[in-house]
Design a protein around this ligand. Structure first.
Ligand code: AMP
Length: 433
């Protein structure tokens, strides 16, 4: 299967070739022809599957073939995303794939000034990428006209609902033309998502692809049982001991992310936190510093991590397990991307075992558990703590090694298992959409 077989125009094929893609991903193989045929689409796909190109390429082609060449352009395609980062990323993709076309795109989201966005909209836009709240601000100020929207994309729909955007989405839907093409992308199919799909989509083409990380079997996953109050110490030790240069660490709360980044910095590890409370400028800077290697550890919450496109990230650490098992799959999807091997480490303490069980059930596999000598959990209730041993005094030495950030040769080999089995299928029933 090639991109040429999918019916894309020469200009789009050139842009795809420039991006270095040789073969369409499974979601692209299914979504591109369906969108080109004008169908509504309901797709289960996560970040990392190539879903963005899956809807952007055919959308560009449809708009380009019917380009009305109007003097003043109003959005003909609207792409809604849950976060600013994802909005930026999608807009970048629109620009990348549309570089040989004369369509204009823009992105609007909150947390930054509205004036520049108003000016951009005034100059005319064909494709608008937006987060729901700020889009409604523009609607309220009459700085955007959505009456000509032909194609609506709801990207990471489940996350938008999780973040409480459903009312905003409904308000936006109410002002869009009812005769339009609608594409819905969601990692999960909860009841509210299915209900939304029921009300929005007309005879949709349903697409389901396995998350890239489980399908590609490229992510090594391992669980280290450890007491909660020793997690930070163990993390510093592992980063120093293995000389990890770029680590994405997940916490459950914003406060936890801030505190951990501060503590790691005290351990001598350059760290920064990224979460929804930070300004857009601070988040962008943190991400850039991390990508450029100026910051060694990026501590993130699940919401902030959505839409982060960091290819070839070697290490992801779950400092705390998420209570929504699908978030685990999203998190580890940050590693082992673009054909590279990755490693996902989870530090798990006693009260997190129910979460671990849920995750293992979703993955349909048991994750390897490995107690790190010197960090044995002390509570009897914890798996892996059957024969508790006293923490070794050598920990201080290990922390110091982490502090110095000097490379050190691992003296013991760890043998985590590969993620071998595809995640449980979450196929919507025919009657659900
Ligand atoms: P997405 O799931 O849209 O976030 O895409 C994940 C990553 O896959 C991005 O870095 C894309 O640039 C990349 N990508 C998208 N389509 C392809 C393809 N056909 N071949 C290789 N990489 C791709």
């Amino acid at each position: 299967m090639t991109f040429r077989n999918l019916g894309l125009s020469t200009d789009l094929l050139r842009a795809v070739a420039d991006s270095g893609y040789t073969e369409p991903t499974p979601i692209q193989q299914q979504a591109i022809p369906a969108v080109l045929q004008g169908k509504d689409v309901f797709a289960s796909a996560q970040t990392g599957t190539g879903k963005t190109a899956g809807f952007t390429l055919p959308l560009l082609q449809l708009l380009n073939t019917t380009n009305p060449n109007k003097v003043h352009r109003t959005p003909r395609a609207l792409i809604l995303t849950p976060t600013r980062e994802l909005a930026d990323q999608v807009n970048d993709s629109v620009k990348t794939y549309g570089k040989y076309l004369s369509l204009r795109s823009a992105v609007v989201y909150g947390g930054v000034g509205i004036k520049a966005q108003i000016q951009t909209l005034r100059r005319g836009v064909d494709i608008l990428v937006a987060t729901p709240g700020r889009l409604l601000d523009h609607v309220g100020q009459k700085t955007v006209d959505l009456s000509q929207v032909e194609i609506l994309v709801l990207d990471e729909c489940d996350r938008m609902l999780d973040m409480g955007f459903i009312r905003d989405i409904r308000k936006i839907l109410a002002i869009l033309p009812s005769s339009r093409q609608t594409l819905m992308f969601s990692a999960t199919f909860s009841k509210p998502i299915q209900q939304l799909a029921n009300t929005l989509l007309k005879s949709p083409t349903q697409i389901e692809v396995a998350p890239r990380n489980t399908a590609a079997q490229q992510v090594e996953q391992v669980v280290h049982p450890v007491d909660r109050d020793r997690k930070r110490e163990l993390l510093s030790y592992m980063i120093g001991f293995h000389n990890w240069k770029q680590v994405l660490v997940f916490t459950r709360t914003k406060h936890g992310a801030n505190r951990l980044a501060e503590q790691l910095a005290k351990d001598g590890l350059k760290s920064t936190a990224i979460h929804g409370n930070k300004s857009q400028a601070a988040r962008t800077r943190a991400l850039q510093d991390f990508k450029q290697g100026k910051v060694r550890v990026l501590v993130a919450t699940d919401v902030a991590s959505r839409g982060l496109d960091i290819d070839q990230l070697p290490h992801v650490v779950n400092y705390e397990l998420p209570n929504v098992p699908e978030d685990y799959v999203h998190r580890i999807g940050r590693t082992g991307r673009a054909g590279n091997e990755g490693r996902a480490v989870s530090l798990v303490c006693g009260d997190e075992y129910p979460f671990l069980k849920d995750i293992e059930r979703l993955l349909n596999q048991t994750l390897a558990k490995e107690v790190i000598p010197g960090y044995e959990p002390t509570s009897k209730s914890q798996p892996g703590a059957d024969q508790p041993t006293k923490p070794q005094r050598s920990n201080q030495r290990r922390s110091n090694r982490a502090k110095s950030q000097t490379p050190s040769k691992p003296t013991r080999t760890q043998k985590p298992i590969k993620s071998g089995t595809p995640a449980r299928k979450r196929r919507p029933t025919a009657s659900s959409v």
